[in-house]
Design a protein around this ligand. Sequence first.
Ligand code: ATP
Ligand code: MG
Length: 426
Amino acid sequence: MRLSQYFIPTLKETPSEAQIASHRLMLRAGMVNQETSGIYTWLPLGLRVLEKIQKIVCEEQDRIGCHKVLMPTIQPAELWKKSGRYEAYGKEMLRITDRHEREMLYGPTNEEVITDVVAQYVKSYRALPLVLYQIQWKFRDEIRPRFGVMRGREFLMKDGYSFDLSYEAATDTYKKIYESYLRTFRRMGLTAIPVRADTGAIGGDLSHEFQIVAPTGESTIYYDGKFDSLSAADMTFDIASKLYAAADEMHKADECPIPADHLKTARGIEIGHIFYFGTKYSEPLGAKVTTPDGQTIPLEMGSYGIGVSRLVGAIIEAFHDDKGIIWPEAVAPFKVGLINLKVGDIKIDTLAEGLYTQLSNKGIEVLYDDRDERAGTKFADMDLIGLPWQIVLGNRTVETGMVELKNRKTGEKIEVALDQIADKVC
Ligand code: ATP
Ligand code: MG
């Protein structure tokens, strides 16, 4: 992509409404535009990241055999009346009336819709286990939308729903998804701590929130200090599930199994939440199957959320410095930023254009700064946007045949021969 032709409305000034780094940086890097409180337009650079995150989420869901669907954003109130949540959900639900005076709503979550679908088509244990998921916009009329896309009113969520014949089978599914969540977040470079979370009225211990530690997080979490020494790569089911970690409401100081000097408390950003809830929705919505011995029983269910749009902000909270964003390669909007310091100089333009074509032909995503701007502006913008690698071409390239390769994360710069740079960044 040529920066001169791209749409990245970067800001020089720090927007005054943004209280936290990720919100500031997303506005400054031209990733999103706020339309009204908690509702955003995703601009090209932001959308590329959102799509990379979605792709990782889908690959990991598909890997464990979940099936992708797409449910509507607008749902009939009737289904929510059946489950008993229509009144209970309260003011966070955006309620709509259509021209025929029928009550509708913009879905804050989709248990009712998916259970209704499964109730119609799944009749036998032979179809189980079944996990259906989607990535779809949700609307929750949050009382305090804030921190940009981290707590929006309209936000993108991956929501999955599991259907099993028995409690045992449902817990197996739950474990499988727990494990796949760690893997999903690990691929994004995040060390997500699975904390035991409140299951509300249902009881049991089968609910976990996936939290990343960040001073700007809105949750309080308690966890075994050993978590702090684990890198994203170490965060596997076998390791994580043996260590203590609990959400605020689940942590009881006098019952805590680990000694006080091993216990840590921190602020966390909730990037995912999984839940087993048995027959809470299958019973009222009539999702029943026949068992091998001919009985008819309601399905055992769970639901599994990932905050896809929140993750964009959460990743920036985890990876930035005072110059800007530092994208982990897996979700970076482009892999390489190519800076031409002398636009208009035919020799340098030719070399830069050649390299741009060569990298693009190798399938490397390049953002080519071909603008006629001062070097300082170019360096500052590239650091702000935060692509993992920067390649700089200037007078020296013509004189010595070398380009500068900079690692955005470490700041390390090395000289590489122009004819070797494409292989090097591959
Ligand atoms: P929170 O406690 O942060 O309000 P929640 O527990 O209400 O979240 P869930 O119903 O568990 O949220 O939704 C699944 C995931 O969707 C959450 O783990 C979070 O990552 C994301 N999410 C929830 N609410 C929002 C929001 N208002 N804006 C952006 N992402 C959200
Ligand atoms: Mg939650």
